[in-house]
Design a protein around this ligand. Structure first.
Ligand code: ISL
Length: 578
């Protein structure tokens, strides 16, 4: 197996809580995942990434871990995990764990010990600071820095017993580990080796570019609500590359050829991403960047949603392709458990739902990089359409609701923002079939099932050659089978075109061209982009005669296209020559 096997692989992300419930408690679990492995194998994905399944108080759905070596009872037992891992391997797939080590739960024994006293041996495992000079604990403005948490409010939580504050970039139940302390790093590496020894195939590393902070800690530029921006002091901090290289030495050396590592990196630049993914530097295989999904953030933040600027989106995605180029490596994603559904976000989740889901999928999957499919994306699942704040479960959404109302937003505006981009849009149960809870659970689902599951579901799509599911399967197969998809160079075409997303991949003599109309109006594609044999398309050609013989499935092959082309709304064509 070559050491870059993941260049022709596709990863599928499972959010276990919402994937498949096996015991009727309304929460997905490991046995549920085992029941659906045949579905995943049929789709053709190579790697499964599980969002966290460790013991957790679930303040942030498992991204707050209280024991890194135990499975949370809501998801099953370690026996269930071992059985799942064995089944995944038996089917020729690999399993990647979520690694959340920028922070732990405040219920983790490390934090309990750290918190116990100022003189605790683990005090320095977290970020403890006295109130600002001249202030008492709990006073307005006493926090050691003015930073705003990702989940609203200050990043500092007062601890009455010791009279100090601790740092939490996310929820107050997610205290940040102090990576400056070598004992912390050693404990993390030890835990990672333990999972690799068990046989897991790699890690997706949660906010791994936030582990090194700029010292001394200092105030950031004040923003809405008066709190400051800590981003410049925590994103890709001064020791990040050093830590990642140390981790590589301590954990991956000697076995990295078999593994896949991906770092989640909000705010990362192409320069840092190139350093991280340059194989000669021995850091990570690839990173998740956010520029392309942050393109619709308005001046008021993520809930202040802007319409899609396609030219800007192409500029961002093209730049990542070009700048990571031949040396680094991209990961490619539209959806994950933190993002709204792509068909609702940049596509059309009404009249052209299936067609736009396919066009967006083709544009992403045929780029250079490793594609990630988030559960339900392969069905073209839509946003949740939740109407009442009582139906939301996500801590970021609930906190933002309070914060934005306090900042003077109207209720209507806040609810519209949540409907567009709340993380719960991605977290509704997977729509397996048309039965009352979509085949997800026999109990009451922890988050409402989306009503369109009665017609938008896996059982309606798996045997339908024209379904979104079949289109994803075809794209996944192309990555496996066609070296130009996995290894070809990238060139953006028609960069300024307001409707068309087009690009070209080349490897030796092979040329692959992707031309997509990402709009609801017809679009004129200039001649130069349409040469070659059609290998994939999402619109049926109109039959030449009444016999219907010209009709082909979405995976049609062989139609030669040479003349000027008018693309229908949301039409994508993939053409290949040589
Ligand atoms: O979803 C976000 C807010 O809009 C992102 O900023 C998100 O918080 C960021 O990408 C980090 O995400 C990861 O770490 C969080 C966790 O809540 C997310 O689910 C996880 O993907 C803290 O562990």
């Amino acid at each position: 197996m070559s050491s870059d096997w993941w260049k022709s692989a596709v990863v599928y992300q499972i959010y276990p809580r919402s994937f498949q419930d096996s015991d009727g408690d309304g929460i997905g679990d490991l046995r549920g995942i085992r029941q659906r492995l045949g579905y995943l194998q049929a789709l053709g994905v190579d790697v499964l990434w599980l969002s966290p399944i460790y013991a957790s108080p679930h303040a942030d759905n498992g991204y707050d871990i209280s024991d890194y070596r135990a499975i949370d009872p809501a998801f099953g037992t370690m026996g269930d995990f071992d059985a799942l891992l064995a089944d995944v391997h038996a089917r020729g797939m690999r399993l990647v764990m979520d690694l959340v080590v920028n922070h732990t739960s405040d219920e983790h024994p490390w934090f309990l010990e750290s918190r116990a006293s100022r003189h605790s041996a683990k005090r320095d495992w977290y970020w403890w600071h006295a109130p600002r000079d001249g202030y008492d604990l709990g006073d307005d403005g006493a926090e050691p820095t003015n930073w705003r948490s990702f989940f609203s409010g200050p990043v500092w939580e007062p601890d009455e017993d010791s009279g100090e504050y601790f740092l939490h970039l996310f929820h107050k139940k997610q205290p940040d580990l102090n990576w400056e302390n070598p004992e912390v790093r050693g404990a993390v590496y030890d835990m990672m080796r333990w999972w690799l020894d068990k046989g897991v195939d790699g890690f997706r590393m949660d906010v791994i570019n936030l582990i090194s902070k700029v010292l001394p800690l200092q105030d950031g530029r004040p923003g809405a609500g008066g709190l400051g921006d800590g981003f410049p002091f925590v994103v890709c901090g001064p020791r990040m590359h050093e830590y990642l290289q140390e981790m590589h030495r301590e954990v991956f050396e000697g076995r990295d050829a078999q593994l896949i590592t991906v770092g989640e990196m909000p705010g990362v630049t192409t320069e840092d991403a190139l350093l991280v993914t340059d194989p000669d530097r021995h850091e990570l295989d690839m990173v998740f960047q956010f520029e392309h999904v942050d393109v619709d953030h308005g001046p008021g933040g993520k809930f202040d949603v802007l319409p899609l600027d396609l030219v800007r989106l192409k500029e961002i995605m093209g730049r990542w392709q070009t700048e990571l180029g031949e040396r680094g490596w991209n990961s490619l994603y539209w959806d994950n458990h933190d993002q709204p559904r792509i068909v609702s976000r940049f596509g059309d989740d009404g009249e052209h739902r299936a067609r736009s889901a396919k066009a967006l999928a083709a544009v992403l999957h045929l780029m250079r990089g490793t594609p990630y499919v988030y559960q339900g994306e392969e069905l073209g699942m839509t946003n949740a359409g939740l109407e009442s704040i009582d139906d939301y479960r996500d801590v970021e959404s609930l906190n933002a609701y309070d914060e934005l109302l306090a900042q003077g937003w109207t209720e209507e505006r806040v609810m519209a923002g949540l409907k567009d981009v709340s993380r719960d849009n991605a977290r509704t149960p997977v729509q397996w079939d048309a039965t009352p809870h979509a085949g997800f659970t026999t109990g009451t689902p922890w988050l409402k099932v989306t009503p369109n599951h009665t017609w938008l579901n896996a059982s309606a799509q798996v045997d339908d050659l024209d379904s979104v599911w079949s289109f994803y399967r075809a794209l996944i197969a192309m990555r496996h089978d066609d070296p130009v998809v996995a290894h070809g160079s990238f060139e953006m075409l028609l960069a300024e075109h307001p409707q068309i997303f087009a690009y070209r991949r080349r490897l030796d003599e092979a040329v692959l061209t992707v031309v997509a109309n990402l709009s609801g109006e017809p679009a004129d594609a200039p001649d130069e982009v349409v040469a070659g044999h059609q290998v994939l398309r999402n619109v049926h050609p109109v039959p030449d005669d009444a016999s219907g013989e010209g009709r082909q499935g979405d995976t049609a092959v062989g139609e030669s296209v040479g003349e000027r082309l008018v693309l229908q709304p949301w039409e994508v064509r993939v053409l290949r020559s040589a």
